[in-house]
Design a protein around this ligand. Structure first.
Ligand SMILES: [Zn+2]
Length: 450
C-alpha cells in the first residue's frame, strides 16, 4: 500500500504530530486490510452436473446442476448454444454480497430444471453452465458439453418378404428406419443384434438374427430403432423358422475329469466338488459368454470374411450345436447347459485353421474355453476356438482363412483333445456348420448385400 509507505516515517519517526492524525490512515489500513481479506477469501465455485450430462438433448431435458462455494452463488446461468446462437435455458440470480464478513460455510447449491427445446434444431448443441460466486471478486466458473439434439421419435418399418432360417441358424432381415434414431437392430428375448446400411440401397438396413435354442416359442423377434434420449420404436417382421430337434445328451463326469476341471478352473475354492463344478459350468460359462458378446459388440463394421468358413480338417464331430447336456456326477444330476458350438476331434494337437479372414481379438485363457482364440470377421460375426494347447497368434493379428492359429488340446472344461468351435452373431451363438456350406454362404451374402 503506497499510503503506508509514505506515512510511516511521520508517525514512527517522531515528527511531533499527534497520533490522532494517524486515525484516517489506520481506518484506511483497516479498510484495505478488510478488502484484502475479502479479496483473498473469494474463490471460484466448483460446478458439476449431478449424474453427468445427459446423452442427448430432447424436447425437454431434465438437468440437475450442483455447485459449491464458501459464499454461495450470485448467479447461475445455463445456456444452449447452437450455430453460434445462445439461448438461456435456466437462470437464478441472488442479491450480490461483496463487502460482508460471513463465515465461509454456505451449503452446496443445487438447481433442477428442464432445458427447453427453444432455439434447438436436430444436430449438435452445447450446454454451457456458468456459476458466479457471491463474494467480492465474483469469479465465474463454466462447464460445457456438446450433445446431439433429438427432437423426433424414431420409427422402424419391416420389409414384406419373409426371412427363412433354421432354429439356431442365422437369418438376415431388411428394414427401414426414420425419425430421430441413433441405434437400430433386432431383439430376440435377451439377445440383441446390430444393423448396417445396405450397400446398394443405403436407406435400407440389414441385421443378422437367430432364434436361439434357449429362447421359448412365445418369444417373437422384433426390429427396434431408438434415439439417444431413450425413445424406442419396435416392429415385428415376417419370418419362417424351420424347427430343429436338438439332441439331449448326458455327460457322466468321472473323478479324473472332475479333478482336472476343478484344479484348472477353480483351484483353491472351498466346497463340494459337485457344487464347484456346477458353478464353473454355469456362472463361469455365462461370464465367458458375456466377454465374447462384448467383443462382438466392438466388431468391425464391415465384412472381413470371404466365402464359406473352413472347419477342422478331418475333424470328426463329437458334439453338435445346441446339444442339451445334463452333467452328472456320482449318480447325481448337477446342471443342464446348451452346448453352443460344435466339438471336433482329429489327431492330438491337430493344427487349427482360422475359419475365415479376420482379426484376432482374443488369444489366451478364457475360463471354460481354456486356451482360446477369438477372431472377429466383421458385422458382429466372431469365431471362437476353445480348449487349445498352443496358440500361434496374438490379439491384434490379422489372419487369413485357413491360416494356422494354434493346436487343438484339452484346456478348460474338456476331458479329451478336441476343438470347440463357436460362431457368435451379436450376442448369440449360432450353428457354425451352415457357414461352411458354399451354397448357404452364397445365399447369405446375397441377402446381406455387404
Ligand atoms: Zn464344445
Amino acid at each position: 500500500m503506497p499510503e503506508y509507505g509514505l506515512r510511516e516515517p511521520s508517525y514512527f519517526g517522531g515528527s511531533g504530530r499527534s497520533l490522532l492524525g494517524a486515525i484516517p490512515v489506520l481506518l484506511l489500513l483497516a479498510a484495505a486490510g478488510a478488502t484484502g481479506y475479502l479479496w483473498f477469501q473469494s474463490t471460484a465455485p466448483a460446478v458439476e452436473v449431478a449424474g453427468g450430462f445427459p446423452r442427448a438433448l430432447g424436447p425437454s431435458t431434465p438437468l440437475k446442476v450442483r455447485w459449491t462455494n464458501p459464499h454461495g452463488a450470485r448467479r447461475v446461468t445455463v445456456f444452449t448454444e447452437q450455430n453460434g446462437v445462445r439461448n438461456v435455458a435456466f437462470e437464478r440470480v441472488e442479491p450480490a454480497v461483496r463487502f460482508a464478513f460471513r463465515p465461509p460455510a454456505a451449503a452446496p447449491g443445487e438447481a433442477a430444471f428442464n432445458i427447453p427445446k427453444t432455439g434447438l434444431a436436430p444436430g449438435k448443441a452445447t450446454v454451457i453452465i456458468e456459476v458466479q460466486s457471491n463474494d467480492l471478486r465474483g469469479q465465474t466458473s463454466q462447464i460445457s458439453h456438446e450433445l446431439p439434439v433429438v427432437l423426433e421419435k424414431p420409427t422402424v418399418t419391416a420389409g414384406a418378404a419373409p426371412v427363412f432360417l433354421r432354429r439356431g441358424g442365422a437369418g438376415v432381415v431388411q428394414f427401414t428406419v426414420g425419425g430421430g434414431w441413433s441405434d437400430a437392430g433386432v431383439r430376440v428375448g435377451k439377445f440383441t443384434f446390430p444393423s448396417w446400411p445396405s450397400k446398394s440401397k443405403p436407406e435400407r438396413r440389414l441385421a443378422f438374427f437367430t432364434i436361439p435354442p434357449e429362447v421359448d416359442d412365445e418369444t417373437v423377434p422384433l426390429l427396434f430403432s431408438r434415439n439417444a434420449i431413450g425413445d424406442e420404436a419396435t416392429a415385428p417382421f415376417p419370418f419362417k423358422v424351420t424347427a430343429v430337434k436338438f439332441r439331449d445328451r448326458t455327460l457322466e463326469l468321472g473323478d479324473k475329469l472332475m479333478t482336472k476341471v476343478l484344479d484348472e478352473l477353480d483351484s483353491g475354492a472351498q466346497g463340494e466338488a459337485a457344487e464347484r463344478f456346477a458353478r464353473v459350468n454355469s456362472v463361469m460359462r455365462r461370464a465367458n459368454d458375456a466377454t465374447l458378446a462384448a467383443l462382438a459388440a466392438k466388431s468391425e463394421p464391415a465384412r472381413l470374411w470371404d466365402g464359406p468358413f473352413v472347419m477342422l480338417p478331418r475333424g470328426k464331430a463329437e458334439a453338435l450345436f445346441a446339444d442339451h447336456r445334463t452333467y452328472r456326477y456320482a449318480g447325481k444330476s448337477l446342471n443342464r447347459e446348451w452346448h453352443l458350438g460344435i466339438d471336433m476331434a482329429s489327431t492330438k494337437n491337430a493344427p487349427v485353421p482360422a475359419g475365415n479372414n479376420g482379426k484376432v481379438v482374443h488369444a489366451g485363457r478364457l475360463g471354460i474355453y481354456g486356451n482360446c482364440v477369438v477372431i472377429d470377421h466383421g458385422l458382429s460375426v466372431l469365431t471362437v476356438y476353445g480348449h487349445m494347447s498352443d496358440l500361434s497368434v496374438k490379439a491384434g493379428d490379422t489372419v487369413k482363412k485357413g491360416q494356422e492359429i494354434g493346436k487343438s488340446g484339452m484346456s478348460g472344461l474338456a476331458g479329451g483333445d478336441h476343438l470347440h468351435l463357436g460362431l457368435m452373431l451379436g450376442s448369440a451363438f449360432v450353428d457354425p456348420v451352415e457357414w461352411s456350406y458354399a451354397s448357404w454362404m452364397e445365399k447369405l451374402l446375397a441377402a446381406l448385400d455387404q
